[in-house]
Design a protein around this ligand. Sequence first.
Ligand SMILES: [Zn+2]
Length: 177
Amino acid sequence: MPRPIKWRRVDFVPQITFFKPAGIPLHALEEVRLSVEEAEAIRLKDLEGLEQEECAQKMNISRPTFHRVLESARKKLADALLNGKAIRIEGGNFEMAMRRFRCVKRGHEWDVPFEDMLTGPPPTCPKCQSPDIQPSPGFGMKRGVNKASGSIDDKSASHVEHKSGELTLQSRCSSSN
Ligand SMILES: [Zn+2]
């Protein structure tokens, strides 16, 4: 029986996804591939300095699984640094945290992937093009919020498949009565 895909939750996808040592021509270069969730594990543990338990909760996985992802990520980074290999960040099974927006006039609601939030909030409602929009209160996730619970409502996340550098998102646009 095939194992169900485990989606790991991430709230950051790096914008720069390829790193190359100086002075080595591309054709002579070996490459290590870091999955998006491995990059997220490094970010949470080594950059933000969170405890493993907290990292695991944020990514919606067990602590042993987080440990495995982290170890794999560190090993790949060490290999690249010490053996002069390029690093490419791509692929993996992960879901993006979403932020829900609401159109003030007509009450349309829709989700915006956290990734898109990096370049700024959406300018207009996708349904009626009204510019009068605001983040839906009490929904979605801000970084640094919900730390205690460590989990967010499943409705606030969409599955993202990230393959060969292209990102496909399933966004929802739902109207509330
Ligand atoms: Zn609207």
